[in-house]
Design a protein around this ligand. Sequence first.
Ligand code: LMR
Length: 395
Amino acid sequence: MFEALERLPADPILGLAAACKADPNPHKVDVTVGVYMDEAGATPVPQAIKLAQQELVGSETTKVYMPQVGDADFNRGMQELMLGADSNALSEARVTSVQAPGGSGALRLCAEVVKIANPDATIWVSDPTWPNHVPLLGATGLKLRSYRYYASATHSVDFEAMLEDLQQVGRGDLVLLHGCCHNPCGADLDQQQWGLIAALAARNGFTPFVDFAYQGLGDGLEADAAGLRQLVAAVPEVLIAGSCSKNLGLYRERTGAALFVSADPDAAIAAQTQATAAARRIYSMPPAHGAILAGRVLTDARLNALWREELEQMCGRINGLRLQLVEKLNAATGEDFGFIAREKGMFSFLGISAEQVKRLREEHSVYMVGSSRMNIAGLRADNMDYFAAAVAKVL
Ligand code: LMR
């Protein structure tokens, strides 16, 4: 039967990373997939995770299935990390969560629960958004629509247009928001804008659905959660997809959490049972290793302090790279790339055409996504000049 299948093109993000890996050019630059890289170009395992892993190897007595909701320390740790330990929603027992295979798995579990609760719901996604949001959420059968978010001409959030579009969203529908470090544009809402979105959600009754994959890599763990926490304080229901891929370096361990902030404890538990039933239909039970490690790092004081230090360094390095990149690009091109320093997290659009992106790849072995999204963390002292010079040549 497979002969009837059409062969699909490579994934627009992962396929480029594979092409870069195969490129023999010693000067190649990989700014494709959103993974943190250090000054040596490596994506290290955080020391806190290594220590948790060593302890786990010594103490693990079984590989029996995990509970359907996942690891208890992990779930508690993720709830407190994202909502804050002093969250009213937590003390009122209005939050449940389910461990999921990565942030992507968490997004899908949230959408599966929405599909049961309101099959006619529409999820509004930002334009632009992470390209995989569309197939990942759309495959549930829920409708997707987009709201205007980023204006390429000004390299910033077009908040007026965003508000205008979101005025149309009513009760029962959802608005997918990037909690911080917007993927792909890096342009985030400020706290006043988050407040206005929260007030609009409260007034019009739509449900915020927050993709929170980069906490700690914009302005720090607490600052990055401030917008999400405004939403949770303003409206009774919020769906959150949290990921440990980037901030805990657990990419391949597929570690994430789907959170259901609900109007009351009963509704929160109902949502959790729907999520575990959805997981059972798709993959049955959650993977253990990454969540057990994350659970330890999130709840053990010594490991947690070490991890926070490591994460601050990662965040500081990315923000430092942004400043250096602006300087290098401005000097090499004579143009103003200052917007890159105002954006947050791993990604920014360089703001060049698809044809120029192609030339960067074909003529200079500089690999970025076709939209000109680049992963700032893929740059370093020994490739920044080459990168800036290559950009100048294609402009
Ligand atoms: C990215 O956007 O590069 C990451 O979230 C990795 C992925 O799965 O696309």
